[in-house]
Structures are given as C-alpha cells and as structure tokens.
Design a protein around this ligand. Sequence first.
Ligand SMILES: [Zn+2]
Length: 154
Amino acid sequence: MIHIREYKTENGQTFTTKKGVSFTKVRWTKFRGQIDEIDSKVELLKRNQHVDYSHHIGAKYYVTISTGIKCVNFRRYFMPKNSGKKRPTRSGIALRLEEWETLVSKIDDLHRQLPELSVASPCYNSLDHLNQTGYLNCRECSSFSTEFGIQFNV
Ligand SMILES: [Zn+2]
C-alpha cells in the first residue's frame, strides 16, 4: 500500500492525520498510467482554462480536477440510495498544485525503493478481465457493482 497523507505539526510534534488516500498496487498502476494526462490537465488549470476531469483509479476511488479549484483531488465516492449519480465523500485528499508536482517528482525515487511497483501490471490486463463478468466482478475495476448490483423489476 502507498499512502498519501496530510501531516500536522502541533506543539513541535508531527503526526499523520486521517486525511489522505491509500493506493493498492493495482490502484497505483492505474494511477501511474494517468500521470501524463493529469499533468496536462494541471497545465490547463494553471492557465485558467476549462477542466473537468474524472478518472477511476480503482474500487471507489477517483482522481478529479475541475476548473476553479487549483487542486488535484483524490477522493472516495459513494452512490446514494435512489440516485444514479455518485457523490464525493469526505474521505480523500486535495493536493495543491505544488504538492502534486512534489508527488510526481518523487515517483521515480519511490520506484527505485520499491521496484515491484514499477513492474506491477494493472488487473485489467489479466485474463479474467477478458470477459465482462470478470471485469464486473473485480472490486478494483467496477467501483459500485459489488454493493450496488444491477436490479431488476419483475
Ligand atoms: Zn480489475
């Protein structure tokens, strides 16, 4: 697991807060494949251009960037009952653009320290994802299917 966390210093003591996001290996590979895309959106954001980006990184986690908010958001979503639209929860972290750049600059270092991360293959490349059932049954790929299965009215 890789954790991106917010730290707080109080009375000279530094401790981790609950604010943050955790990546499984699979989620990390999905995220890593999107870094260039996110970077290009960040560039647009800096130039005050329109951005409305949302990418699924696994399970109920999404990375989003929207015009007007100078942040890269990592957030868990939930599906409210009786609504087909996912909503953000309070669980997650909003990285300021300079924090995002720090994160990107540290990725090569991280991969040097944890080589298994750089060779990990995303689950969607595995054989059981070739059919739709396998894909839909994957907790990483199908964010809401496990808890909110398809319902039929007979
Ligand atoms: Zn999967």
